[in-house]
Write a protein that binds this ligand. Sequence first.
Ligand code: TRP
Length: 439
Amino acid sequence: MARESWTSRVGFILAAVGSAVGLGNVWRFPWMTAEYGGSAFLVVYLCIVLLVGVPGLLAEFVIGRRAKRNPAGALARLAPGTKSWGYVGLFGVVTGLVLLSFYSVVGGWIVRYFVASFTGSYFAEPGAYFDAISFGREAAAFQIAFLALTALVVLGGVRGGIEKATKVMMPLIVVLLAVLAGWAVTQPGAGAGLSFYLDFDPTPIKRNPIDMLRAAAGQALFTLSLGVGTMITYASYLGEDNSLAFDGSTISVLNTGVGVLAGLVVFPLLFAFQGGLSDTASGGGPGALFVSVAGAFQQVPYGEIVAVGFFGAILFAALSSSISMLEIPVAYLVDEHDVSRRNATVGLTGLVLVTGAVCAFNPGIFGFVAGTLVDLMLTAGLAGFLIFTGWVLGADALAEFDSGAGGVARALGTPWLWSVRTILPLFLLVTLAVNLYAL
Ligand code: TRP
């Protein structure tokens, strides 16, 4: 059977943006920024997106378009005779399952907030509400709902539907975030939040440069869906040759823009309505997004309707990301082990129901998996992909990079390959060592 491919270049870009834009932008980014000191984190993060994220994204694209296979199969096929590269791809398969285990907890929160928005039941006491619902039996129940939605999409039936819906929802998110940000920054007290977010203050970098680097690198990879093989998989469906450099830059800019915009909503609101950041989960931790927007919805006219639109749009963004996480292990079992798509999806979802429940019941484990463990696994995974691109593919990688590229992009090919061979893997391996040391 002929391998599926994207119907258009725009389709590919949208799907990749769909994977990249998700809870990483609107939920994890404000959490990490709050935890690591605001503006300083933003600056380090943006530098890493540009200098490591974009070249890394291009490396995954190159592998995927060249091999036209799932990550494990791609690396094995492009390095014939050496079996061990397949394990790097296999590592990504495991990472996909780890990601989904905690991501589905947050997805469950989104489902719950979406439902609760109709009545506005969390508006009055946002901090207490979040603390009451974030972990435990009810959290697990909503997590199951989110996983079920993810599995339904991956099973095939509504995938086209999700992609079409994403085309509408993505602009909706941007519009809603922009309107909320515009409203938030004019509220009394918002200035302190803006200054925490945007007035560059290097103190947190000086205090703990290593920790900052580790967290910013992890977030940069997370938000671009790197280090797992998602982007390898998506590029494997590319037919005709377009400029990977152009597509990769477009995706990165759109994705980073949504994250930065989310920060412009969360920080002014937290300072205007919740008295700033606090050490609790709801003040500057995983609850920052949920608690901050509640303060706004309570005050704006028709707050319930705005809230329903907001969490509805985020739910779609989360689903278009979570399907890309489940897709990696599913594609692996289907391609490499002849399992039917149905059995693979059902079996793996069952597995994540168990590993995910551990995260839903235990905030400590959740925090560890969502933060440190994910940073570590993504860093290790991308380091593997880069070394593979630079040293195993080598000149072939450059040929693939150049194919379909215009003059400007071509000029970037050689420096790109050079950095993929040397400085970038080195950077990631050092970051990895730091990550391991921090364990
Ligand atoms: N990038 C997505 C987000 O920001 C999450 C995601 C989807 C992801 N697929 C991934 C992260 C693969 C790392 C690897 O929400």
